[in-house]
Each structure stands twice: as structure tokens, then as C-alpha cells.
Design a protein around this ligand. Sequence first.
Ligand code: ZN
Length: 649
Amino acid sequence: MIDQATIERIVDAAHISDVVSEFVTLKKRGVNQLGLCPFHNEKTPSFTVSPAKGIFKCFGCGKGGNSVNFIMELEQLSYPDALRWLAKKFHIEIEEKEESQEEKALKDERESMMIVSAFAQKYFSRFLLKENEGRTIGLSYLRERGIRDDIITKFELGYCPDGKDLFTQAATREGYKMEFLEKTGLTIKRDDWVRDRFGGRVIFPVHNVAGRVIAFGGRTLTNDKKVAKYLNSPESEIYHKSKTLYGIYQAKRDITRLDKCYLVEGYTDVLSFHQAGIENVVASSGTSLTIEQIRLIRRFSPNITIVYDGDDAGIKASLRGIDMVLEEGINVKVLPLPRGEDPDSFARSMSAGELTEYIKKNETDFIKFKTQLLMGTVENDPVSKARLINEIVRSISIIPDTITRTVYIKECSRLMDVQEAVLYSEIRKIQNKQSEDHTRKEIQELQIQAAKPAAPVTARKIANPFETEEREILRILMKYFHQEVFEVEDETTHEIKTYTVGFYVLSELQNDGLVSVNPNVRSILSAFEENLENKEFDPVKFFTQHSDNEISQYASNLLAEKYIESKRWTKGGAFIETESELLYLLVPKLIQEYKLKNVKMLLKKLEHDINEASKNGETEKMMEYMNQFQNLKKVMKELSELLGFRTVS
Ligand SMILES: [Zn+2]
């Protein structure tokens, strides 16, 4: 349990821009900040952060909330764990009682797996640096490869002792459950036979974007050809190979800062680049590059340079990578390495300055790379040349941005000595084919959809008919709660009394006994009531940082809404009043509209009741309903007139 005072300290310290920019590159846009949404895939930013209100809102997928909500959503954490995450980031001490075994077991599975992984990382690191076996075998291997101590610390490298299950024993002694040791793949268990997966290997922990360990890579130190050189954690609830990039946590700041990301193949490539002072580098280790990995990079920068091994397999991999990256609208460059070199060996063979210089000189765009690579084999063979042109044109046709495409076509035309018009016509052919395929696929999907049975009615949510009005009322209350807007003259003393927006709205709602069907609306309104006299009460802060997650999200969404300022009034030409100046008109109108809608709903219900009573011959009941109906009609007429409508009878 985290006490309330600590929660407040955390929430106060965790400024929304600081928290979000840990994951998303934000650009200033007026009073707000704008970036690419981390929750859905987008190419033009619709993810907005309001530092003044302390909230975020995506106008693409609708996600919104405060700093805590953001971390909960992004890291898939529970509320208390999101608070712990923020506390750690902002260096706030949390006083909590030691967790019992039961509490440990209660944590959800993902969290348990992360906790086990964190323990394993610490165990492996300590073993590498402090234990005799770790130092003589693991550490000396890393030192031999020239890996510096600061890099070992930065990437939390480790060593798993050689032996059947030394690590597993240590973990179970500490109270970690076999279930999660197995699920993370750290321990392999068959019936009554147990073994450490990574025994005798140097350990490379894999971190997620937020810096938590989610998997491991282990390198063997034996020369036995039958033993796999690298062993990786299996896919699990917390580790999806295709969505993970090795080094992203250590690289993200520099990728953003330098607006560029180097993509290499393996763990040691990443380490060597860091050691050479180039920190904006990640590896797609253990898998060929995937769309999800590209999108992960794009959250930080749209510029990727692919650095692959200078052998045939490496070249093939980079060619495949290029088309995928292009398709995602990313600017891609290639850094060819001399034959026989890999990024690791190459970076280690020169000084940091030399490496930077080499990159600057040799980085080429993908057209040049592909052409140079394939031209050699073409020579004067027209058939092969046509095939090469087609190959390159296909890559260009994938690029979503027209301007970039045009630039590439020009370059391709020059390099390959082909007229631009010919290239354009080739591209059109490919695009026509693609759109045909696309349409066919869409039709197929529609047919599949149509064949599916409709969702059962009970699964649908009950709609709140007053949603629009209630949201607007709450928004007005949050923004103008304390603003004194209404004046009333006392009939006897002729003294003028002023009332706040909060007082006016709440007493109007109370007088008519209006109650929302939405529990969030009800609890927000009652908190307003409790604080009617409290001048210190800051509704925006109170609700957006509320410990009830549903309320804080409801409030954040409300405040972020792009409501249309329809109520702008022009007086004498150019003079336009702002919303806050018009509250004396807007607020009563809003309340009357809300009441009117309520009355209309009641009338509908009464109509139904009258019919039922008449069918059942309950005359007395019917008369009573009729009476109520007449009264309500009168109320409706009054309200409508106040609003400037004429009633249609
Ligand atoms: Zn979104």
C-alpha cells in the first residue's frame, strides 16, 4: 500500500511532458505539445499533451488521461505499479511494508515475470563481477573483446554460473516461484528434472522501452560447434521478439536528439557502437527486421540507417529491410561495410572519430546502394538491366510520400540512364496492381464480416441519453467552478449578492432532483458539492489526478475535448467575446437544455405508462399519469420559451 501523501507527492512531481517525452518525441504546438501516438499506429501526429492541465489525449484513437494513466496504459501496469514506476523515475521514496509471500503471489502474471527477470538480471550481474567463476570466465571474455566496464554496467551484462540449476536454486530460495521461472524461460523443467537455460553463458539482458528487463540473450564460451553460440529467452507474455529492439532503452534519448537511428544485427554490434560514442543504435537481434520494430523506431525518429554485415547474408537482409522501412514512410539509408566486416569488428577497429567520419562518407541512400550492388552483375545484359530497374522501381513505388518518391525517381533515372517517364509508367503499373490486390482483399474481408453472426444485444453497453449535456456541464464546472458570474438583488435590503458558477449549477440540479445514470458523473458532482465553499479546491487538478482511474480518465478526456466554440457572439462587427465572458448566458442555457431533455424523457415514459394503464383498465392510475403529463407539458413549454424555442404541440 502506498499512502495518500506519497501518492500526491508522486503525482505532483510527475509532470506529464516529462513522463510522455520519455517515450514520445514531442513538438511544441501553441500551448500544447504534439507527437506520434504510442498507442496506435499513425504517421501524422494527433497525440496531444497539455502541460497546463497535466493530461494527454490522442485524437486518433481516443486514449487520454494523466501521467499515471499514461504509464498504466503504455507499460501495462496496475495503478500502484504505475505509481511505483513514476516514483522511481522522479526519485521519490516510497515507504511500503515488505511484501508478504501472499502479496507477491497476487501480483498479476506479467508483473511477476518482470520481477523474476529483474531478480535474474541482478543475480547474473553480481555473479559476473563478484564471483570467482564469473570473473575468470565471463568477465575475462568481455575484457578480451575490449568491452569497457562502463558499457558492462550500462547494459547490465552478467554471467550465469555453469552447473545444472544453481541460478534456479538461488531464485527459489529467495521465494520466486517455479511457475514464473519457467514462464520466462529462465528455468527449463521436465517432470522432476530442472535446469538453468543459460548456465555457463555470458548474459545480455533485453530491456523494454521503459528499461525493465523482459528477456535475455546468452552467449556460450565453449568452442563446441554443437552448442548454439547464442541462446535467447523464448517468446512469453512479456517478451515478443518481433516487437522488441535490443538497446532501445539505452538509445531512445539520442535517437530523438539526433533524429536518427542506426540499425545493426546483434548485441555486440550495439555495445561496440556505444563504446565508440555512437549511442543512437539498436539491434533487431535474433530475428529479421519486422514492421513492429520499425514502428517502434519511428516513435522516436523517422530516419533509419541500416548497418549490416558485409557478407552476402547481411546484404540480403538489408535489401529486405529497406523495402519494409520504405513502406512505413521512413527515410532509409544504408551504410555498407567492407567485405568480411561486421558492425562490431568494424567499430572496434577504429577510433570514435574515424567511425563517425566513415559513416559520414559512406552512408548512401537506398537507390545508390541497390544500384551499385546490382549494377556489377548486370554489365551490358539488357534483360538483367530491365530486371534491376524493375526491382528498384518496386522499392520506390512503396514509398507513401509523393515528394520523396519524385526525388528517388530523378536519382534512379540519372544513375541508371533511363528516362523519368519510363520509370513513372513502371511505377503506375505496379501501383495499379497493388490497388487491385488491395480491393480484392477488402472485399474478401467484408464477406467474412458479413458471414459472422451479430454480437448479442446484452453485450452492448447501456447508453446514457444525457451524455453530451452532462459532459458539457462537468467541463464548465471544472473550468469555471469558482468564477463569480451571477448577481441577485436582495428584495428587502437591495444588496447585490454574487454567486459562483459552481453554486448556480449545483443548486439548479439539486432543486430539480436531476441524477445521472453514469456513476462517474455522480461521484464527480458530489465531490464538487463537498467543495463548494472550499476556495483552495482546484477541480482540474483534483479530478485529473484522482486515484480512481475511471474518474481521472473521464476528467482528462473531458478537458481535452476539442469542443467547438460554437457560442461565439459577435457584437458590432469585430468584437468577439470569449466563453468565460459569456458564462452568464451559456450556463443557464446549458442547464435549461439539460432539464428540457429530462422532461422530454419523462413525458415519453409517462406516455407509455398511460397506455399500459389504459390497456389494463386501471382508470385511477391513468388519471394520475395524465395529470403528471399535463404538468410536465407546462414545464416543457416554459423551458422551451426560456431557450427561445416555440413548442410544437
Ligand atoms: Zn492514439
